[in-house]
Design a protein around this ligand. Structure first.
Ligand code: HEM
Length: 193
């Protein structure tokens, strides 16, 4: 009675090829995880780097990134010839995100700088993977040359990262900055333990 496509067909249209039930289930979890990362990562980045909002959203971002990595790996394994590069991007995003997360959690020396770089670069790579995969199908975005999807997130994200690091007065002399991290934290009124 109805001509509406079912859910599996919708997912297949999204991917551009017929997908199995398992692939479809991974994709749904993946999209929820990806959207969670986009929102919580931006909020964490824009929040004051103190107890409360920043670490709460950062925590959700990191575990969302884990969900994106696991689901992307599963999907890439099923469509390896099309998705191998996404597996590489997902691995890089999760690896540098884990580095940034652990730097803060395990209180490594220089953790503020390492944490900021790790988390920010993971967000840039996350957005790169999203745009490279989905940009050509998004209205208006599909008018941009595909090279933009590869470099756009870096062009936008890197200056923001550098500005954030400079604001903390840690990038001008990176080596000294790394060594001074703990000192600066204890004298700057920053409440990160
Ligand atoms: C590290 C980041 C990411 C990686 C490695 C990744 C990887 C993948 C992979 C392997 C697929 C299956 C593609 C296919 O077989 O055609 C996929 C599909 C998809 N992803 Fe992601 N993704 C990432 C981030 C995101 C984010 C942040 C979102 C949403 C905000 C997202 C939304 C989607 C959507 C809508 C699809 C279905 C469309 C398509 O297949 O082209 N992804 N992704």
């Amino acid at each position: 009675m109805t001509n509406q496509p079912d859910f599996a067909e919708l997912l297949s249209r999204l991917v551009g090829a017929p997908v199995s039930g398992l692939f479809g289930a991974l994709l749904i979890v993946h999209i929820v995880g990806g959207l969670t990362c986009v929102v919580t990562g931006a909020i964490a980045f824009l929040s004051r780097k103190a107890r409360g909002r920043h670490p709460s959203f950062g925590e959700v971002y990191y575990w969302g990134l884990g969900v994106v990595f696991v689901t992307a790996t599963g999907m890439a394994a099923m469509r390896w010839s099309e998705d191998a590069y996404l597996f590489v991007l997902g691995t890089i995003a999760f690896a540098v995100g884990s580095f940034g997360y652990l730097a803060r959690k395990c209180r490594w020396p220089g953790r503020f700088t390492l944490h900021a770089i790790g988390m920010s670069v993971s967000y840039i790579v996350l957005m790169t993977a999203f745009y490279v995969d989905n940009g050509p199908n998004l209205p208006l975005w599909n008018r941009l040359p595909s090279v933009f999807f590869w470099i756009g997130p870096t062009i936008i994200g890197l200056p923001l990262l550098i500005r954030a690091l400079r604001r903390r007065n840690r990038l001008r002399l990176p080596v000294r900055g790394l060594a001074r991290d703990d000192h600066v934290a204890s004298h700057s009124g920053h409440v990160w333990p």
